[in-house]
Design a protein around this ligand. Structure first.
Ligand code: ADP
Ligand code: MG
Length: 691
């Protein structure tokens, strides 16, 4: 293709300025861009499914005769049409319909529908399926190939997407340059890039439908590998860009850190010393460091961060420590206050809940440099906050932050080509194969050793019906001076419902465990009350803390030895592991009770079994990756896990090891291809990761 101008999207039939602009907003500007806008999934309209074979949740093409059709006036008016074939009966339900549609659905008529079957009040239903009236059942229309479903439907219908893809293939399908010349053995390259793209847009009859739907077709593999490679290269590019920036070197602390270390009352583990060494070596350089410190819950990451913080202060720089929740930030404040007070330093506190006047005071002291250390939530980087000499940014539990927030904080300290050092602490262990590819822009330290004296947490899974036994256990533990957490996780993604569940659980426990003091904590508890509640629990004035998953990250109460998690089947492995990490922090034998609502699905059963078998965060992370993909592992969408077009980090994990080596070879032998490869897959925006 070489020097020819890429064909603009408006060259396609039916793409005027308006549609062109819409596509542009999706990052599709050229006809080739359109070819890389790949189907999200496929519908199978190649065969008619017998109605009797449908299961709730399955999508299918069915046909049959209309037994009866008429409007119903329930809570919402709907048009109900009962359709049957030789094997069963199904209800089609429409909430929006015209008179003409209603008249068309005549009793005895033939019809075909494509949609998702759901359990309705009287058997299986399809709500608003795509339907078509037929002259006779012999005239049903099936497709020869799988029907692609495209992402990004805003105002662009699926038929339109299919039409555009077809046109794009015809115009440009033949001349898409191969930018990767060498593929590892794990990737089949029988298909050229153009052929792979064509196959995914228009799977020809006879394609391996099962593999396509599962995302394991060789065409998908080939493209997934290229996509992972592009992301990895983009991250490495980020690193190169960062290396071009300058930072103020922070030399090892000769005074503050040795003093603090001497007063800790414990010896650092070998892993902590190693991590501190790596961090101090990084920040002593004249380029901004970006290091991820991974360590299981309770491995002692806070003191590692503190070593860097005091080094920054000693070097005349400011340091901030940012936590994702108010609760965790407050805990950091308490810990840092006690550590820093021994060095005659006082951290300032910045959260969204300060009064205007307090906030102004803090902002002034940060801007004029009086304050050397700031601790808080994302309030630390709102627009009106500026720093005098920000040298170090510590972000705790980074996966809880949106990328935009982290970038904003980094930009605070950035003046022209000068940026602060960054340290990211994460208790979410990420398998090494994944970090190599998806964190290629960062350096990584792993704290893989627990402070001495910790007892592994005993983990049991019990059905919800055995709640009273669990309460007996709590009563006994509390009688021995221990404390317990009782977690009620999100119910169907609703914080309101979770709060309700926790509130009513607290009430039951108060009634059924009369001798114990039971407190309640959730995301809607006012800040001051939260702090007081946490404090009471920490000091032992409260025996049982009933909470939503707000306590997930970082909360540290060594006397807590029982963790009860209700509806544990709803949570992912990593999250359960995090919650479990709230106990077993002292030297007492601790228990984690996973309560579940039977019957357990296969995946939920495997998750609970995995937790019972191991307490090693990295093993759990690997299992999580296998069981459900990286979403949970790396955080949610907003945390900046890239949205891939074909790749799936869990499904394609076997491809990961080769990504790095292929990238290195490409950068060495064919660096000219790299920008094109990145642009092809990521457009020009790379907003999912930190620089
Ligand atoms: P996390 O890695 O989960 O952030 P923390 O930094 O909160 O862990 O540490 C957990 C607890 O362990 C804290 O009470 C901390 O003071 C203590 N701790 C940290 N390092 C050590 C150590 N080397 N020996 C003993 N206790 C330690
Ligand atoms: Mg922590």
């Amino acid at each position: 293709m070489g020097d020819t101008e890429p064909l603009a999207i408006t060259a396609l039939k039916g793409v005027g300025p308006q549609l062109g602009a819409k596509l542009g907003r999706l990052g599709i500007n050229t006809v080739v861009d359109l070819l890389f806008h790949l189907p999200l999934r496929y519908q199978d309209r190649t065969t008619l499914a017998p109605i009797g074979s449908l299961r709730p949740g399955s999508e299918a093409l069915i046909h049959g005769r209309i037994e009866i059709s008429g409007a119903r006036f329930g809570r919402r008016r709907s048009l109900v049409t009962v359709i049957s074939d030789d094997t069963g009966r199904l209800t089609m339900r429409q909430f929006h319909f015209s008179g003409a549609q209603q008249r068309g659905l005549r009793r005895g008529g033939c019809i075909q529908c494509y949609g998702e079957a759901r359990a309705g009040p009287s058997g299986l239903e399809m709500v608003h399926p795509e339907y078509r009236l037929l002259d006779s059942l012999d005239h049903s229309i099936t497709e020869a190939t799988l029907t692609p479903v495209y992402p990004g439907t805003e105002g662009i219908s699926q038929p339109k997407w299919r039409d555009l893809a077809g046109q794009a293939l015809a115009r440009c399908g033949q001349d898409i340059p191969e930018l990767v010349s060498e593929f590892p053995e794990t990737v089949s390259v029988h298909l050229s890039l153009g052929e792979a793209l064509a196959l995914l847009h228009h799977p020809p009859p006879g394609s391996d439908l099962v593999a396509l739907r599962a995302g394991t077709h060789p065409a998908q593999h080939r493209l997934a590998f290229e996509e992972l490679l592009a992301h990895h290269l983009a991250l490495r590019g980020r690193r190169t860009q960062r290396d071009a920036l300058s930072a103020t070197p922070i030399p090892p602390s000769a005074r503050l850190w040795p003093t603090l270390r001497g007063q800790l009352g414990f010896d650092l583990t070998g892993a902590q010393q190693r991590a501190i060494g790596e961090i101090l070596a990084d920040i002593a350089k004249a380029h901004p460091a970006l290091r991820l410190v991974q360590g299981d819950v309770g491995s002692g990451k806070t003191i590692v961060a503190a070593a860097a913080v005091v080094a920054a202060v000693e070097a005349g720089q400011q340091a901030v420590v940012m936590a994702p929740t108010e609760l965790l930030a407050e805990q950091h404040l308490a810990v840092f206050r006690s550590w820093l007070s021994r060095l005659s330093l006082e951290p300032v506190w910045l959260s969204g809940r300060l009064s205007k006047r307090e906030r102004r005071q803090v902002c002034t002291s940060l801007a004029n440099g009086q304050a050397r250390v700031a601790i808080g939530t994302h309030a630390l980087f709102q627009d009106d906050v500026s720093y005098d000499q920000l040298g170090l940014v510590v972000v705790d539990e980074q996966h809880r932050f949106g990328v935009a927030q982290r970038l904003a904080l980094r930009d605070k300290g950035r003046i022209d080509d000068h940026a602060p050092h960054q340290l990211i602490m994460s208790a979410t262990p990420i398998p090494r194969s994944l970090t190599m590819v998806m964190y290629a822009d960062m350096d990584i330290s792993v704290i893989d050793e627990m402070p001495p004296g910790r007892q592994p947490v005993e983990t049991v899974a019990l059905s919800n019906s055995r709640r009273l036994e669990v309460q007996d256990r709590i009563r006994e533990a509390c009688a021995r001076g221990h404390r317990a957490y009782w977690v009620c996780p999100l119910v169907e993604d609703s914080e309101v419902l979770a709060v309700q569940a926790a509130t009513s659980r607290a009430e039951t426990l108060r009634a059924e465990l009369p001798g114990l003091v039971i407190a309640l904590l959730h995301g809607r508890t006012p800040s001051a009350e939260k702090e007081a509640t946490m404090n009471d629990f920490r000091c032992g004035r409260t025996d049982v803390l009933v909470a939503t998953t707000v306590i997930e990250v970082g909360v540290d109460v060594p006397e807590a030895s029982v963790m009860v998690i209700e509806n544990a089947e709803r949570l992912g492995l990593s999250q359960l592991h995090q919650l479990r990490g709230r106990v077993g922090r002292g030297d007492r034998q601790s228990t984690c009770v996973l309560m579940y609502q039977p019957p357990l699905g296969v995946l939920a059963r495997e998750r609970l079994a995995a937790l019972r078998q191991t307490t090693d965060g990295f093993a759990i992370a690997q299992k999580d990756l296998e069981l459900r993909g990286p979403g949970e592992l790396l955080g949610t969408r907003q945390s900046g896990v890239p949205q891939f077009r074909v790749a799936d980090l869990a499904r394609d994990r076997a491809l990961l090891p080769a990504v790095q080596t292929t990238a290195t070879r490409l950068l060495r032998d064919n660096p000219g291809q790299v920008p094109g490869l990145i642009a092809r897959w990521l457009g020009h925006g790379l907003d999912f990761s930190d620089a």
